[in-house]
Every structure is written in C-alpha cells, then in structure tokens.
Design a protein around this ligand. Structure first.
Ligand code: NAD
Length: 480
C-alpha cells in the first residue's frame, strides 16, 4: 500500500487527526494507497508555513526564482517515467498519454514561467513635462491552488508555477481522487532542497480541506480548476473577503464541421477531441455539428473509427483508451447514456461498460459512445458529461450552427473545420467561448490566454494573464 503524506513547511506529515482517505486504481477498481484527510487545523498550519516563507521568497531576484523553477522542471524530466506510471495508475489514463502529454507539460509549465519572468516588463507612462508614472507588480502573498483529477500534475503545476515565479508562496490541494503525482512532486521539492514553506501540498476532500484554504484570511488569491458547481461555491466563499479568484470550469464544447473541410483530418482529430483521456478533458468536444452535405459520410467514418478504439489496460504502451477516473464518475456517465435514450437519442456505437480480463476485470472502462437524433436544447446536449460520449447534430446554414453552438450555459472552447478562411474568421469571432481551434485541436502555446466565458470561467490563465493574476499592480506617480 502506498502512503501519501502532506508536504508542509518542507516536511512530510499525516493529518493532525491521523485520519486518512483511500486512493483507488481505476483500471483495477481496487484501493492501492491512502492519503491524509486534512482538517482546517492542517490547512492553518500549511498557510502559516507559507506566510513565514513569503518575505524571503518574494525578495529573491527573478533570476534566482527562475533558477529554482528550472531545477523543478529538470527533476520532473529526470523522473518522467516514474511520474507517468504514477499518473496512469492513479487516473486510469493510458501510460503513453501520460508520457507524451501530462508529464512533459508539467515540466514545461515550470520552464515557461521560469523564463517568462526574465522577459516580462511593466509599463511606464509619461504624463506631461516632469511627471511620469510607472507600475510595480507585487506578489499577492499566499496563493491557494486547487485542481481536478483529469490532468492532475499538468493542471496543478499550471497554477503553482506562475504563482511561484511571481514571488508568491503556495498552498496547493490536488484532487482527492488523484493525489499521487502531487505527492511525488513534494518529494522532488524535498530532494532539490527547495526553500521550505514556499510550496505546501495538502491533501483532503474539497468541502473541508478545500474550503479551509478558500476561506483562510491569509490566502489572498484562489486559482481553481474544476466543476462549475464547485466554482460557484468557491466564488461565494471568497467574495466577502474580496480575494482574487480565477475559475476554470466545465464545458459543453461544440465541434463545427463544414461541408468544405478536409474530411480526413476532421474525422481523425474529432476522434481525438472526443475520446482522448476517455473524453475527460475540459476541452473535449461533446456536441459535434456536421453540415448536411457530408453528414452521412462523416457519421459512417466516425462510427467506424470509434469502434476501432476500444479500452484496454492503461499500463500497456499500445493502449489508446483507458479507464474512467472513478466508480461514481463511471456511474454518472452511464446515467447520461440512459438519459440520452430516454430523450429519444439513438446510440450509433458504444453506450456500455466494458469488463476487461484479468487484472482489469473490475476496472471502470466504457466504450466510446456516439449518440444521434437529439435536439441541441435537451439535457444530454446541455449538461457536461465529461466522459467518452458525443452527440452528432446535423445543420444546414452557418448562422444556424453558430446559434446552436452558442445556445449553451458554457463557453469554454470550440473547433471549426473549414477550408474557407473568411468563414473561419467570421465564425470564430461570433462564438461565445474563450478558445477556438480552426482545423486543429489542443494545440497549445503557453503564451496565449486560456479560459472560458459564461459558466466556464472567470479570468484567464497562461502567459501574461497568469503573471497578472498572481500579482497586484501598484502605480507610482513621480514628479521631477
Ligand atoms: P471538482 O469541482 O469536483 O473538484 C476540483 C477540485 O476542487 C478538487 O481538488 C476538489 O477537492 C476541490 N473542491 C471540491 N469542492 C470544493 C469546495 N467546496 N471548496 C474548495 N475546493 C473544492 O471537479 P473534478 O470533478 O475534480 O473535475 C472535473 C471538472 O473539472 C469538470 O467539470 C471539468 O470540465 C473541469 N475542468 C475544467 C478545466 C478548465 O480548464 N476549464 C480543466 C480541467 C477540468
């Protein structure tokens, strides 16, 4: 059994009560470890450690902080195999995906912000003769970073790295469903003698450990990624004390496929944008709008490709589809299949749980699923499923599809498939979402603003946006 501990003030600790939670391996459906069920007292201790370390970390010159972050990135790269195996075991994602996406991106997050702070600048304004203004950017102090289970190390480090780079100390809480790689990151910090108290990683459930971070008076900013309901709760808890809040939440992303697209590429990437990580990426498309001229051809090819993509043991390097993250989540996703049927949807392929053989016989696997025949307004097409389930919807005109794509409470991302450049620009501009990919998906440049509109997000991450979020601007007006 693996024993995960908190990392507070540079030391490993259980929760003060000794209470713990079980950690599951989704591909086998069994407990493989435990983690602390941290209480408010543990969180208070964590924040105290961060406060104590704040002044000296903030006082370091950017190039010194940069060197520390580069050391973390190097250590992640050095331990990439161990981290990828742990991520795959903890989440059920294919080991190859963890090796190619999750772990390299975690290292890249540290490298990116380590170097960003060496090149960023603040503005100066010449007001009139003898007067000018310049802007300081001060760290907020202690930042609370709360992340979900779908891309555990990738998303946790996407928050920790800019917070540290800008001179803040961090109290970070990974998802209680996938705590392992955050624990391994704690080990990395200890091994490289990272300054004590600057990074504190605390484990526990959202409503207790998470809320204790959000409501702590010495935590000045909360960076959260997770579900929209949780984001709403965090926003309401943080509002009375005017904390800075960045919320990256759910989505119900449209893929818009026009008649004039490169059909082969559109099918190939739509399979990826639907089923990568078992459809458990906030950027996965779930409503696939296809123009009527190519609808039948597209549907036939998509269904055939989905049938060829069957789940198997995530520890096998050839596996392309693994297990869903937890038993309750599998149940929720299968519940949406029943809902889709009751709303009149036809299951073109998939729709069932899969029992693999031997060690994976009780794992949380399900088939990639394509549904057809549902109206855009029905619950299946409006609520976030967050699993390997997509809904095909035919359309005739550009205006019609833009209206349907925007007819959602969410507004995270979209893909557009067309060879018509003017249309690509026009449709992109009219979509009410934070990220649009034209003829591609999940191509990331860490300098770009990342986040959602409507119920998908408040604020943006990435590049300058993240550096701004974790700092307070101070204008100095100088008369000479
Ligand atoms: P979740 O909201 O249940 O949990 C996310 C994190 O918040 C976890 O660490 C959890 O412990 C914590 N938490 C839960 N309740 C809390 C509370 N009351 N106070 C403080 N913290 C609390 O989300 P999840 O199920 O882990 O992740 C799936 C969701 O995340 C999906 O909705 C998905 O779309 C979203 N997501 C969004 C993005 C994005 O960038 N927009 C990226 C990945 C995932």
């Amino acid at each position: 059994m693996e024993r995960i501990q908190n990392y507070l003030g540079g030391e490993f600790k259980d929760s003060m009560t000794g209470d713990f939670m079980e950690v599951y391996e989704p591909a086998v459906g069994l407990v493989y470890g435990s983690m602390p069920r941290s209480t408010q007292d543990d969180v208070h201790f964590a924040v105290d450690q961060a406060v104590k370390a704040s002044d000296s970390w903030a006082a370091l010159a950017p190039d010194a902080r940069s060197k520390w972050l580069i050391r973390i990135a190097e250590a992640i790269e050095h331990n990439a195999d161990q981290l990828a195996k742990a991520e795959s075991k903890d989440t059920g994602k294919p080991i190859t995906l963890a090796k190619q996406l999750d772990i390299p991106r975690a290292a890249a997050n540290f490298r990116f912000f380590a170097t960003s702070i060496l090149h960023s600048h603040t503005p100066a304004h010449h007001t009139n003769a003898g007067i000018f203004n310049y802007t300081n950017r001060h760290p907020v102090g202690v930042a609370g970073c709360i992340s979900p289970w779908n891309l555990p190390l990738y998303l946790l480090t996407w928050k920790i790295a800019p917070a540290l780079a800008t001179g803040n100390c961090v109290v970070a809480k990974p998802s209680e469903i996938t705590p392992m790689t955050a624990y391994l990151l704690s080990g990395i910090c200890e091994r490289i003698n990272f300054p004590k108290g600057v990074i504190n990683i605390i484990h526990g459930p959202g409503p207790t450990t998470g809320e204790a971070i959000v409501t702590h008076p010495d935590v000045s900013a909360i960076s959260f990624t997770g579900g929209t309901q949780t984001g709403r709760r965090i926003a309401s808890l943080a509002a009375p004390s005017f904390k800075k809040v960045s919320l990256e939440m759910g989505g119900k992303n449209p893929n818009i496929i026009f008649d004039d697209c490169n059909l082969e590429a559109a099918i190939d990437i739509t399979i990826k944008s639907s089923f990568t990580n078992q459809g458990q990426i906030c950027l996965c498309g779930s409503r696939v709008f296809v123009q009527k001229g190519i609808y039948k051809k597209f549907r036939t090819a998509l269904v055939e490709s989905a049938r060829n993509l069957q789940p198997s043991d995530p520890s096998d390097p050839n596996t392309k589809m693994g297990a869903l993250s937890s038993k309750p989540h599998l149940k929720k996703v299968l519940g949406y299949i029943e809902l889709a049927k009751s709303e009149g949807g036809k299951i073109l392929t998939g729709g069932n749980r899969v029992h693999l053989k031997e060690r994976c016989k009780d794992g949380y696997f399900m088939q990639p699923t394509i549904v057809e025949g549902l109206d855009n307004r029905c619950r299946t097409n409006q609520e976030e499923i967050f699993g390997p389930v997509i809904s095909l919807i035919p359309f005739s005109e550009e205006e019609e599809v833009v209206a349907m794509a925007n007819d959602s409470g969410y507004g995270l991302s979209a893909t557009i498939w067309t060879e018509n450049l003017s249309r690509a620009h026009r449709v992109s501009k009219s979509l009410k979402c934070g990220v649009v990919w034209v003829n591609c998906w999940l191509v990331r440049d860490l300098r770009t603003p990342f986040g959602g509109m409507k119920q998908s997000g408040v604020g943006r991450e990435g590049g300058e946006e993240a550096l701004r979020f974790f700092t307070e601007a101070q204008n100095v007006c100088l008369k000479i």
